[in-house]
Design a protein around this ligand. Structure first.
Ligand code: SF4
Length: 400
């Protein structure tokens, strides 16, 4: 059944009592019948369903203190609750045994903890793990845990789909559905954190999954605040990388937060015509405006900007492209991450050859531009951004 749509023959249109449909919001339920009979919105009385309750970590620390006051609980309980969320990796309020039983019950009545459903969990040979989460409205979201020596890096999504339309990206193929809420962004972090064994900690976060993070800055910033807060995950801002195709105003807004986040600008081409072909949003922005905003980011934060460049065989990996990129970046404090194309079945792009990649690196280095070729993680799973979600969406369409 396609999430969000409850299909039923008219003679079997009784609503399930134990397991409410995913499109249930409060006390209204939209029903679409598969035989084409008119859809209806039904009203019925039902207590609040746990997975529709607000995620507890959507509350700011001040909100939690207010909530405790309203429940006639001492303010220090708010701190204890935060500690349970971020430090104990419990999967339910009932497991938070450091809290009194009455408080655990109260929490379960008012909030949810991990309400999304894990609909796929892939583990690659290199121990990269990918989760596909299904949200309350049926939306599917990907997030990834990568292991590299003592680094435990997660890659999280900020939108369902993406409206930027980069032609080599599976996330962009299905367009933008909606922004993720702060809680939905944070739930990915908590879910991935709970995949780690005791004694291991998340060390780095890259906001580079599905979606354009800066197009959802409003919901992303409070999430980053929780990741860096001492009573949250207590990660240093320098361990967090925010990626963007290059939205100049939003880049400057991120810089003005005063936090030392790393900025990764997805450039993918060294000149306007090719970039517009690969990253259509470039048409209305232009490379110069992106680079100027990135320069401002460096001026304000002092953080070196990374430029991401997906190498697409015979499209943007030619020596002349490397030279153009070298000219663009040689006078900037910048670093280039080359990402050899991850094969996506639905996309007509080839991986670059190894000699071509080496030549590209050598040319950039001859301009004095530091460059890294990103190691390919999770090659034996659907590791490309949006790939797993797209497969699942296609299965759902076929099922219908
Ligand atoms: S590469 Fe990033 S910005 Fe471009 S379509 Fe994919 S998710 Fe969106």
């Amino acid at each position: 059944m396609r999430p969000g749509i409850f299909t039923a023959a008219p003679e079997r249109n009784r609503l399930p009592r134990e397991e409410p449909p995913l499109c249930y919001t409060g006390r209204r339920l939209a029903v679409v019948f598969s035989d084409g009979s008119p859809s209806a919105t039904l009203q019925f009385d039902s207590p609040a369903i746990p997975h529709m309750l607000p995620r507890i970590y959507e509350q700011t620390p001040a909100d939690l203190i207010s909530w405790c006051a309203a429940q006639q609980l001492p303010a220090y309980r708010a701190g204890q609750i935060q500690q349970q969320i971020y430090s104990t990796r419990t999967n339910s309020f009932a497991e938070m045994t450091n809290l009194p039983a009455t408080l655990r019950e109260l929490l379960a009545q008012h909030f949810s903890l991990l309400p999304s459903e894990i609909v796929a969990h892939q583990i690659a040979k290199d121990r990269t793990e990918k989760l596909l989460l299904q949200l309350h409205d049926g939306s599917l979201v990907e997030c990834v845990l990568m292991r590299d020596d003592d680094r435990r890096t997660i890659c999280i999504s900020t939108q369902v789909g993406c409206g930027m339309g980069c032609v080599f990206c599976a996330s962009g193929l299905l367009g933008l559905k909606r922004n993720l809420t702060t809680g939905e962004i944070l739930e990915q972090v908590l879910r991935l954190d709970r995949l780690l064994p005791p004694g291991e900690k998340l060390t780095n976060v890259v906001v580079m999954g599905m979606g354009e993070p800066l197009a959802n800055l409003k919901n992303l910033l409070p999430a980053l605040d929780r990741l860096t807060a001492a009573d949250g995950l207590a990660l240093g801002a320098r361990r967090i990388t925010v990626s963007t195709v290059g939205l100049p105003d939003k880049i400057r807004e991120l810089a003005r937060t005063g936090q030392q986040f790393n900025l990764a600008v997805s450039l993918h081409a060294p000149e306007a015509e090719l970039r517009t072909k690969l990253v259509p949003v470039n048409k209305n922005i232009g490379i110069e405006a992106v680079l100027e905003a990135a320069d401002d980011y460096f001026q304000i934060t002092g953080r070196r900007v990374s430029y991401e460049y997906v190498l697409l065989g015979s499209i943007n990996d030619l020596p002349e492209h490397a030279r153009q990129l070298g000219h663009l970046l040689k006078s900037r404090i910048a670093h280039v991450n080359l990402i050899p194309m991850n094969g996506v079945q639905e996309l007509p792009f080839a991986e670059p050859s190894a000699p071509r990649t080496h030549e590209f690196v050598a040319i950039l280095e001859s301009f004095g531009v530091p460059v890294t070729v990103r190691k390919r993680k999770g090659a034996d799973i659907d590791a490309a951004c949006g790939q797993l979600r797209m497969k699942r969406e296609q299965q759902n369409l076929v099922t219908l």
